[in-house]
Design a protein around this ligand. Sequence first.
Ligand code: GCU
Length: 623
Amino acid sequence: MLKKSIFCTILLLASSLSVMAEDGSKLWLRFGIKNRAKVICDGCTSSPTVTIARHELEQYYDGKAVKLTIDKSIPSDGGFEISGTRDNRLISAGNETGLLYGTYALLRGDTIKGLNRPVFKLRILNHWDNLDSSIERGYAGTSIFWNKAMSIDTARIREYARANASIGINGTVLNNVNASPKMLSRPYLLKVRQIADILRPYGIRVYLSVNFASPMGLGGLPTADPLNSKVQKWWKKKAKEIYAEIPDFGGFLVKANSEGQPGPGDYKRSHSDGANMLADAVAPFNGTIIWRSFVYGANHKGEDRVKQAVSEFEPCDGKFRSNVILQSKNGPLDFQPREPYAPIFDRMRHTPQIAELQITQEYLGQSNHLVYLAPMWKEFFSFVSPKNLAGIAGVSNIGNDANWCGHHFAQANWYAFGRLAWNPALSSRKIAEEWLMQTFVADESLISMMLRSREACVDYMMPLGLHHIFKFDHHYGPEPDGFKASYPIEWCPVYYHRADNKGIGFDRSTKGSGATAQYREPYRTQYDSITTCPEEYLLWFHHVPWTYRTLSGRNIIEEMQYRYDRGVKEVEDFTAIWQAMRDDIDQQRWNEVNNRLHIQLKDANEWRSTCMDYFNKKKSGLK
Ligand code: GCU
């Protein structure tokens, strides 16, 4: 009796302490400790996965009893069904991972009736983590996987796995697409094995990014030509070595002949030659090759950058092995605040594709700006049907920062990615509400702030289809006059806005670069004409004279001013909304978000003044 009350006091103390220490480390997983529910499991073993589900329910479920049942009539894709009453719950699923997903759904209060199945089979995070612990485009500290000491923080990786399982993510690529050949060396593979062992019970398979020239960089061969038999043998042996350690290894992610990375093109071989060679190496183990289509400046140098993926990959369509998937960014350029969808999703009719979304906000204020990305991703799904995709990948925004993502609200983007990967039909509002309820408080003003934030960012950074006018390298602030003769022209902002004293914008119509012709109807015709092109893409597809009047009746420079003003005004509103929440949110997180909102406001002002000054000068013919 005494023991029990001491135990309860410790629990109470632990939970009240955790309420005080609100550093955001718990993400959305802030369940309060409840009376221990009785959990029984029917037809399942005491496997690690079931043990996790049982443990979560026993601690956190607010009801008397939960029964977990493996039901063989349910597909074993992670789908589950929750039934019964609050006191007597039943979670049924086709496999144990489904039971775990059902457990988290129950804990977050999902009330969905009937079978709840994932829409995308592959729901993968891509970590751009380097082996030296830095993260490319990472804004939340160092890598949770890699460091120079090669030590593994088991507890943190387990927390990472738990967070992912709670939103149904089932795969993770552990290293940067700009991959080091060292990744495939023995000491690192043993680390991968350790990580895979931690993630497995949470239903997460590991993948690795590979450097196409690994047979040279690591294997000491004089070539990485995919048609060379020694190269082929090297990869087969390497695959065998990996699968001996990690039998459920997912496969390789490859960035080839892109931004200086090696690839089959170095030997005048095609992307399909390269991908198929790797596909043959992993095929005996049911592995997959995920080949990226983000290429420019190699085989189609000089062509409008947004056209190059289609030019390069369309000829390979139908030539890939069945275990190759093409992974393409949602837009044809590079994760801008707004892009039209990438037409490669229309063009590859015989090749399964994964859409790559960027959770880390490289071009959206990084971890300083509050920008909720669900509306942007939903916009993409309104053009590219999830039915036509084999999966979904998200470039992760997490690191070793206490709150994982740098900005507390950036956690919402990790959460939203997982929820949309599970069900892209969920509304942005529903996901925001869910996340707020679990993380802060589902206040209507906060929901509204989140829902408006992406459009605000487009307005204060690059309205009307402007794009890539960021400062070089770090892509944080504005630099519309950016030009460096030593850089590829595709990195220079002036290449994209094309402003002069007559007009502004990039003519991609059939009279210009012809990028509109890569789209399916009705978009091809719609985007091609300045009169039917939606205004949000106007300067993306057209070079518009300064005298041109938008639907509002304003001329272009007036319309730009109007939109930049609107964006700044929105951020002012966000700071006021947050101010009003002061008493409803713990001090630490309130302060941290408040500080960042003020940085965001300062940045939004800077975007407006830099861009408006510059474009006004261009308009009047000044340099
Ligand atoms: C962007 C980003 C790079 C990244 C690349 C890619 O260009 O700035 O850091 O490597 O995308 O997706 O491969």
